[in-house]
Design a protein around this ligand. Structure first.
Ligand SMILES: Cc1cc2nc3c(=O)[nH]c(=O)nc-3n(C[C@H](O)[C@H](O)[C@H](O)COP(=O)(O)O)c2cc1C
Length: 419
């Protein structure tokens, strides 16, 4: 199945156009900007950056603000561990993102767009620079695009390797040249974004869906995927499966289908212990939850999140306390330091997890972990702290027995795996 990846064989403009590329833009430019917004609303597209906010509604909010100019930002920071979908899109089919951005610019009457690109993404940077040049030469970017009267261009801004700069308000701070730390919301970026102007921040995969919606029509596009969460979805699959990689499936496909069908299942003789369904901030699911549809509402009901759609598969050689420790080391390092509960709490959680993993912990430490985590959740400006706390609280609930074993000595799996 191929929708977003239909033209991923080659990144060139000529190949993209041979696969129908930029036809959606031509169609959009024959529609009024308001009609384009309505079409995106009708499709039911929800943002693929993690929170699942309805895209058409976000665009309508920005349009309703009369302040000019308006800005469009593609969030290409992709810092969530285990996520590599945006990288693949930008490297292999960069014009899909550019076409989505020009259509969004038409809808929003934006004259300047930015791609905030993860600093380490060298190959996508080169692919984007080349695609931008081709698009400008072909008249898809620049002044009076295809005679429509729209003037729009895109600047690629490379980040400097901070996870927090993927959070939309920290991203805007960074783009303005300041330290990347989240702003308090409201006001939301749609009203006060870049330099105080109305700004739409959308994930790369979200924007890449826009040409498909225009080309197929909202109704046909929304027949892909689940009823309350339509469209195609890119799932990055990593961990202990035979065929890790990027899979494009209808939104709402089950983990069972993804892991055992597409990713080839586990190594022979191994049993499944846990699946992290949406990047490191999403609580791990148990093997009994494999039939949950991989979409925003279903995973929320299952006590987790779709997040970025990064599926990490852990087999029975993995220690859950050790896995939580690795995650917490990441959160501690990446906490931007603005909010005390997140800055101090992630360090405490890491230290307690470390002593449990090394066999120096006690039964009281489990209570301490829950207590500290509960004091982080809901008490910070942005969801980084929430992600760290809730991921751990759910692991304590779902894999409590393994945590208990660690209070009686060194990790029981260490010797087993080594032998
Ligand atoms: C700590 C943190 C990191 C984030 N990183 C990313 C990221 O790398 N890419 C992304 O698109 N969204 C990321 N987000 C979500 C953005 O804040 C925002 O919701 C998203 O870019 C909106 O786009 P969408 O509506 O198309 O999903 C992150 C959020 C948080 C709290």
């Amino acid at each position: 199945m191929s929708w977003l990846l239909r033209a991923a064989a080659e990144p060139t403009l000529s190949y993209y156009q041979s696969q129908g590329g930029y036809e959606a833009l031509k169609k959009a430019l024959r529609m009024s900007p308001q009609e384009v917004v309505e079409e995106v609303k009708r499709s039911g597209l929800r943002g693929r950056g993690g929170a699942g906010f309805p895209t058409g509604m976000k665009w309508a909010f920005a349009k309703a603000d009369p302040k000019e100019p308006r800005y469009l930002v593609a969030n290409a920071d992709e810092g969530e561990p285990g996520t590599f979908k945006d990288r693949f899109l930008m490297e292999r089919t960069p014009h899909l993102l550019l076409e989505g951005m020009v259509i969004a610019a038409w809808a929003l009457a934006a004259r300047q767009g930015f791609i905030y690109l993860r600093g380490e993404y060298t190959a996508p940077y080169r692919a984007l620079q080349r695609a931008l040049q081709e698009a400008r030469q072909a008249g898809f970017l620049g002044r009076d695009i295809l005679g429509s009267g729209l003037d729009f261009d895109i600047l690629v801004h490379r980040g400097a390797g901070a996870y927090i700069c993927g959070e939309e308000t920290a991203l805007l701070e960074s783009l303005e040249g300041r330290r990347g730390q989240p702003r308090i919301k409201p006001p939301f970026p749609v009203n006060q974004g870049l330099w105080g102007q109305p700004t739409v921040v959308n994930n790369v995969e979200t924007l890449a869906n826009v040409p498909l919606i225009l080309q197929m029509g909202a109704e046909a596009w929304s027949r892909i995927g689940s009823r309350d969460c339509p469209g195609p979805k890119l799932y990055s699959v990593s961990g202990q499966v035979l065929r890790p990689g990027l899979y494009e499936l209808p939104m709402g496909s089950t983990l069972r289908e993804l892991i055992y069908g597409h990713a080839g299942g586990l190594r022979p003789g191994r049993a499944l212990k846990a699946v992290i369904p949406g990047g490191i901030s999403s609580p791990a699911l148990t093997p009994q939850q494999l039939d949950v549809p991989m979409d925003f509402p279903s995973l929320q009901r299952a006590g987790s999140m779709l997040g970025s759609g990064a599926v990490m598969v852990l087999d029975d050689t993995v220690c859950m306390v050790g896995a939580c420790l690795v995650a917490m080391e990441f959160f501690e390092r990446q906490s931007c330091g603005k909010c005390t509960p997140c800055r101090e709490g992630t360090g405490w959680l890491r230290a307690v997890l470390q002593r449990l993993e090394e066999g120096r912990g006690s039964a009281d430490d489990l209570e301490l972990l829950s207590d500290v985590a509960r004091n982080i959740a809901g008490k910070s400006f942005c969801p980084l702290g929430d992600g760290a706390a809730v991921m751990l609280l759910r692991a304590l609930e779902r894999f409590g027995e393994e945590f208990q074993k660690h209070t009686r000595g060194r990790c029981p799996l260490k010797d087993r795996v080594a032998s």
